[in-house]
Design a protein around this ligand. Structure first.
Ligand SMILES: Nc1ncnc2c1ncn2[C@@H]1O[C@H](COP(=O)(O)OP(=O)(O)OP(=O)(O)O)[C@@H](O)[C@H]1O
Ligand SMILES: [Mg+2]
Length: 455
């Protein structure tokens, strides 16, 4: 740590310097406050030892000045006889502690130790927050991403409900975490649940919580997410998949700010900010009576749309390099890049699975290829086929294929695209294709499609 001592008694300065330097710190001493302030302007200090009785300023005023201009510097007051009361008062104005003359070696060492622990703690806290934000940084340079960033900045400091929409893998969850991290609630809990991944009965248990014995498996009382999110953010992922009866119950909670845990008769109040995501077209869901219009109006106060990657292709190189860097540094691999030719292929591909698909492809390439410049040879078939022209057949050799080969190639790419678009969700893909689930399984097998290799 770097320490400045401001005291008009030379031997006090020398004594403190001796002690703090022995403890492995760097220190400087000035005899007047004016000189001390000059030094603070030029160099960074962690701690100032400040005499209460100085020739050019009252130490208390000096303390206020330091705290006004350098609030992060910790100030320890040095008090002589008869100024103890002032020293105690100085704590009110932001001093960390005070020393009494004659100086005690142990006390100085102890103060230094406390300050060191405290500064490490604050640094760790700042770093962890910085790392989290860095992790959720929104990569991209397109106007679309820039506008998205502006909107996130504005929204994060309000407590209005937010609904994030967009295709699969566009970054909806990513955006919602950013809103929480950057916002006024960032130190408060972020409680999340995916509404499509769990049956509605289970979802309600999680949201409302329950009393012991409320149902067969309720062996102990459990707090609901509505309550856990109090003061923070409740994140409902894929709300478009929520059961209609759960929607009614959710709306009531949002309207009243109150709810009753299952099996309980006490009403619990909770105040949280709600962020929801969905990849469904909500106007269709409402028209089909799968989603309640009144709930939609309630949760859609601030709509944020995350556009598909094909509409912001200039982001592709930045995302590629970002994911390459993350995966190589995480796995201690040498730095890698894509050849220009392969990058061109990426740029012309539409990425039906959006950023997630791009991320998966890049991570696989980075791990599996031993080259530092990854070329077309390593490119996944879906990107090569796309770049060969319509359905994997180049115009040049169009007619050298048999009809069967052309049909097979088309079919394979067709199935693969639908699967990727739906994040390999079999139920959703089968619905889009309008075929039985069992038939889709068969096709995946016969066409040799593999989630881990082809997406
Ligand atoms: N602009 C971006 N910068 C960096 N990483 C991103 C960006 N957009 C998305 N990602 C990453 O891509 C992956 C997919 O994003 P995310 O899970 O947020 O998508 P989603 O829209 O919620 O998808 P789904 O609809 O399938 O739930 C995540 O690993 C996310 O961190
Ligand atoms: Mg998601």
């Amino acid at each position: 740590m770097k320490i400045l001592i401001i005291d008009d008694e030379k031997n006090i300065g020398v004594a403190i310097m001796g002690i703090v330097n022995d403890e492995g710190n760097i220190s400087k001493h000035t005899l007047t406050f004016t000189e001390g302030m000059e030094l603070l302007k030029e160099e960074m200090f962690d701690i100032v030892f400040l005499d209460i009785w100085l020739p050019d300023i009252d130490g208390m005023e000096g303390l206020k000045d330091i705290k006004r201009y350098y609030p992060e510097i910790e100030v320890v007051m040095i008090s002589g006889h008869g100024t103890i009361e002032n020293a105690v008062e100085s704590i009110k104005y932001g001093a960390y502690d005070f020393l009494e003359k004659p100086l005690s070696l142990e006390r100085i060492v102890m103060i230094l130790k406390h300050l060191k622990d405290r500064s490490k703690l604050l640094k760790d806290l700042r770093n962890s927050k910085y790392n989290l934000i860095k992790k959720y940084n929104l990569i991209g340079v397109s106007q679309i991403v820039n506008r998205l960033k502006d909107k996130i900045d504005r929204v994060s400091n309000m407590n209005s409900f937010v609904l994030i929409t967009g295709e699969n893998g566009t970054g909806k969850e990513h955006v919602s975490r950013l809103i929480h991290m950057l916002g006024i609630y960032s130190d408060q809990p972020l409680v999340e649940i995916n509404c499509s991944a769990v049956p509605s009965e289970f979802l309600e248990r999680e949201l409302f919580g329950y009393e012991q014995g409320a149902f067969k498996d309720a062996t102990a009382e459990k707090k609901g997410m509505f309550e856990l999110a109090n003061g923070g953010t409740l994140f409902l992922d894929e709300i478009g998949d929520m059961d209609i009866s759960t929607q009614v119950k959710l709306l009531k909670v949002l309207e009243t700010g109150e709810f009753t845990p299952i099996g309980s008769n006490k009403v619990v109040k909770s105040n949280f900010r709600l962020i929801c995501t969905t990849n469904k077209d909500m106007s269709i869901e409402i028209a089909n009576k799968n989603f309640r219009a009144d709930l939609f109006d309630k949760i859609n106060i601030i709509p944020i749309e995350v556009p598909p990657l094909r509409e912001r292709k200039e982001d592709i190189p930045y995302l590629v390099n970002y994911f390459l860097k993350s995966v190589t540094s995480l796995n201690s691999l040498v730095e890698k890049s894509l050849s220009n030719e392969l990058m061109d292929m990426f740029m012309s591909y539409n990425f039906p699975g959006n950023v997630r698909q791009l991320k998966n492809i890049v991570e696989r390439l980075a791990v599996l290829s031993d080259k530092e410049v990854i070329g077309v040879d390593d490119a996944p078939s879906i990107i090569i086929n796309h770049n060969k022209g319509l359905n994997g057949i180049t115009t040049y050799d169009k007619y050298s294929f048999t009809l069967k080969h052309a049909k097979d190639t088309f079919e394979r790419d067709y199935f693969l695209n639908v699967l990727i678009e739906n994040n390999w969700n079999i139920i959703k893909s089968a619905t889009v294709l309008d075929i039985e689930r069992t038939y889709l399984y068969k096709k995946i097998k016969s066409l040799g499609l593999d989630k881990n290799k082809n997406s």
